[in-house]
Design a protein around this ligand. Sequence first.
Ligand code: G3P
Length: 215
Amino acid sequence: MKFFLDTGNIDEIREGLEMGMVDGVTTNPTLIAKEKKSFDSVVEEILAVVEGPVSLEVVSETAEGMVEEGKKLASRGANVVVKIPMTTEGLKATKILSGEGMAVNQTLVFSPLQALLAAKAGAAYVSPFIGRLDDVSHDGMELVEQVLAIFDNYAFECEVIVASVRHPMHVLNAALLGADVITMPFGVLSQMTRHPLTDVGLQKFLADWKKVPKR
Ligand code: G3P
């Protein structure tokens, strides 16, 4: 299972890389805006340290605009994945960009049929947004299960990125389903490292170590 960080924050990415837990990065306009820096400088910082796939999102709404923007983004690095919203125009752009050899991450996927369309258009990745579905009382993980089943039925090479992740249980359930990739906020990765019994156990070991004669 690949771990992507869903962030535009370079400190979080560096920390995750040191832990050996960053196989790639996903960004979106909201995450970039949080950094209060220009889009160019955020992208430059990320591409300087991340070797795996880095999803950069287009903001055009027409296929023509998305293709033009996507080509510019892709020219910034061989590991750039063009992130395109799941709209009719987005599908047209995905078909063109993937046909020219560029990797596309079809984002804002909320139904299994949207994922099927994206895979047929040639997307390398689809991003079902599970947290946002959970927020409106739909089971986000059920969507992941259905998308994985459909892709398996027809041997699509499109990888499923579980996105809009809110807590470690999303990671656990995505792993149990065999999702290819999960993209998570840095906070969720941090939470996964911790367990109260680890803390208690460590304190006991350190306290007992003080009682051991040192020579
Ligand atoms: O990167 C897209 C996705 O992960 C957004 O998550 O928390 O804004 O629903 P969220």
